[in-house]
Design a protein around this ligand. Structure first.
Ligand code: ADP
Ligand code: MG
Length: 352
């Protein structure tokens, strides 16, 4: 099995350079918090910041971003809005994932004790095909009033993502993989995805494999979520299920998501929201983006710095209960960040 997203070689002094795409809405303020927390934790990472204007339909900013990630191997990003009037402009978020062939998205949905949530003790891995399916962006109006949209499922990408899921389950001692689909209706596309999942599952006899229709899956997630361990699905079901499971453990402000391909990796908040309505008000929850930065440090092999920040986040939200309004609290974003920095400075471990 080929190694997905190889770790870039560190530069002089063991430092890494990483591409930072702040994006729109709350993205830029969340990135400032990441930079602050990295400064106090001594994380050996330098950021190359590439801004993308939501109103522009120029390709050059997008190209700069892609070149930068190709050079650095790793990126951290907020959601990039596309507000151009012309319908010909495709989503830059999708373009980046496709251009870098980031074929798998991984969301580890784990409850934080002490954070108000609909369900307790959740520990679900949502693994999602990240570059095709309904996100092929092949839509056209065939005759006036009739729009057709293509859902693309390929054997190659279905195999890659299924392999990734089962390898992950094996390495992390997970017991069960559930394939989510609608193969009873989309017999060819979802049928192929399911068939390939069943084929790959046979190579992992120690891991239980089952499958579930997407509509039943949504109901089961809300009523009996503890039956799920590792879940694997195509792109659109993936975004919906990710949002459901994030909602179960405390909303859009907590969890991070990881995008991997054979060459590059991008880290971002799990539900990929722009947060336009809450931007600039000092109320956005900084935790999801900080968790993305922890994932990035782990990926780069900076384990000690990752653990330092991770444990400061846990103390802040689980013990001190310094919570922004999305978690039912009254704290400002900056108060959460300050408390996290306080815990970093208090830690006995000095990692630099
Ligand atoms: P998008 O603009 O991508 O459609 P929204 O901004 O509508 O997404 O986000 C969906 C919901 O999640 C909104 O209610 C938003 O306030 C909330 N949300 C997203 N990110 C955060 C965050 N970091 N902290 C608090 N709330 C958030
Ligand atoms: Mg939206």
């Amino acid at each position: 099995v080929k190694k997905t997203s190889p770790i870039p070689v560190a530069q002089y002094g063991g430092r890494h350079q990483v591409t930072m795409l702040p994006g729109s809405g709350i993205g830029p303020e969340l990135m400032n918090y990441v930079q602050e927390v990295f400064k106090y934790s001594g994380a050996p990472v330098d950021f190359q910041v590439v801004d993308i204007d939501p109103k522009s339909d120029q390709a050059n900013e997008l190209e700069d971003a892609i070149i930068s990630i190709k050079r650095n191997g790793v990126g951290i990003k907020g959601n990039i809005e596309t507000r151009s009037e012309s319908t010909g402009v495709r989503s830059r978020n999708v373009a980046i994932r496709n251009e870098l062939d980031l074929f798998v998205n991984v969301l580890h949905c784990q409850s934080y004790p002490g954070v108000p949530a609909k369900q307790k003790d959740i520990d679900i891995m949502v693994i999602r095909q990240n570059t095709e399916g309904e996100y092929a962006m092949l839509e056209h109006e065939s005759v006036s009033g009739v729009v057709e949209s293509m859902k693309v499922v390929t054997q190659e990408n279905s195999e890659r993502v299924a392999r990734w899921a089962f390898e992950f389950a094996k390495k992390n001692d997970r017991k069960k993989v559930t394939t989510i689909h609608k193969a009873n209706i989309m017999k060819l596309s979802d049928g192929l995805f399911l068939e390939i999942n069943r084929k790959i599952a046979k190579e992992y006899p120690e891991i239980e494999h089952n499958d579930m229709i997407i509509d039943n899956c949504c109901m089961q997630l809300v009523s009996k979520p503890h039956q799920f361990d590792v879940m694997i699905m195509t792109n659109l079901y993936g975004t919906i299920v990710s949002n459901v499971v994030c909602g179960l453990v405390g909303g859009a402000g907590l969890l991070s998501g990881r995008n991997y391909g054979d060459h590059y990796a991008i880290f971002e908040p799990g539900t990929r929201n722009t947060g336009t309505a809450i931007a600039g008000k000092n109320i956005a929850n900084p935790v999801a983006m900080l968790n993305a930065s922890v994932d990035m440090l782990e990926h780069l092999g900076h384990k000690a710095h990752a653990n330092l920040i991770k444990s400061a986040i846990r103390k802040t939200i689980c013990e001190d209960k310094v919570h922004t309004p999305d978690l039912g609290g009254t704290n400002k974003s900056t108060e959460v960040v300050q408390r996290i920095i306080d815990h970093i400075l208090e830690a006995d471990v000095r990692v630099w």
